[in-house]
Design a protein. Structure first.
Length: 290
């Protein structure tokens, strides 16, 4: 077997450094927020990156902050298993915030509850050893940003950004509302997903601007469902100079295997499809920018 390339050697050393620091209780690892327009492919990419990073021997925590709750099934949990997100665990919400969801306006609630037990109490574990936390979103519409559910979810995100010895990937709800609530604070990298359409790219560009304002150092664009050079040219034409907001741009090809295997991404890894090969480049970029 030939010698490993300098680039591959550097990536291996980066992964080993994360594991070493985790064992010594030093470095937290790194945190990645993954966002974009609804339907662009956030959950598939989040699950795939989680599995690729786990294969590096890293301790991975995947966080589902999307109200659609698709990440567990993308990670291989059987679709027939019902999963109750934390935001719908009424007793836990009340225990931590002091207020029960749906109560009258004006009730006193704790805005910064202690949620250090949340992963131990509600975390799931996939067959390949990925830790999973399903947060969900606000249940009732028009309850306002100070409802107990929001207070709890905000506290959970602040808490997980401080956990040690883990690589944390957060699959967020569609659009940029979560950035407005500063849910991405503490995350050092952002992967923003778009399709080669005008509307999806506008959401991605807006997300990049807000991520930069929050101090996220490394911001990448992943263009999904690319069918060829025409789609790449369209992104370059529509984005123009604004694409400089992204440290790197990745083009994930349209891949029929993604549709055949969904919701579970595990079979994709066995076939090393074109989509997986591009996702590997994203994984490498995440490891490079520790």
């Amino acid at each position: 077997m030939g010698k490993a390339s300098p680039r591959r050697k550097a990536l291996f050393e980066a992964a080993e450094e994360i594991k070493s620091r985790a064992r010594e209780g030093e470095e937290q690892g790194f945190r990645v927020v993954i966002t974009g327009k609804g339907g662009a492919g956030k959950t598939t990419l989040t699950a795939l990156l989680a599995k690729l990073l786990k294969r590096e021997g890293l301790n991975v925590l995947a966080v589902d902050e999307d109200p659609q709750i698709n990440l567990p099934y993308a990670l291989g949990i059987p679709p027939e298993r019902e999963i109750i997100p934390i935001s719908r665990n009424i007793d836990y919400v009340e225990e931590k915030t002091g207020a029960r969801p749906g109560e009258a306006w004006g009730v006193m609630l704790t805005l910064n509850p202690d949620v250090s037990d949340v992963v131990d109490r509600f975390g799931l574990r996939t067959d390949d050893g990925i830790n999973l936390l399903v947060m969900g979103s606000v249940v009732q519409a028009a309850t306002g940003c100070l409802c107990p559910e929001n207070a709890l979810l905000d506290a959970i995100v602040r808490y997980i950004s401080l956990r040690e010895g883990e690589v944390i990937l957060m699959d967020t709800q569609a659009g940029v509302e979560h950035f407005g609530r500063a849910l991405a604070e503490g995350f050092s990298q952002a992967v923003i997903i778009t399709e080669p359409t005008f509307n999806a790219l506008q959401v991605a560009l807006h997300s990049a601007a807000l991520a930069s304002q929050l101090g996220i150092a490394h911001i990448y664009l992943a263009v999904n469902k690319v069918r060829g050079g025409e789609d790449i040219g369209k992104i370059e034409r529509l984005g123009g100079e604004r694409l400089k907001a992204f440290e790197r741009i990745f083009y994930l090809p349209y891949d029929e295997e993604v549709l055949r295997t969904e919701p579970d991404v595990s079979p994709l890894l066995e076939k090393s499809t074109p989509y997986v090969k591009e996702a590997l480049k994203i994984k490498e970029a995440l490891l490079e920018n520790l």
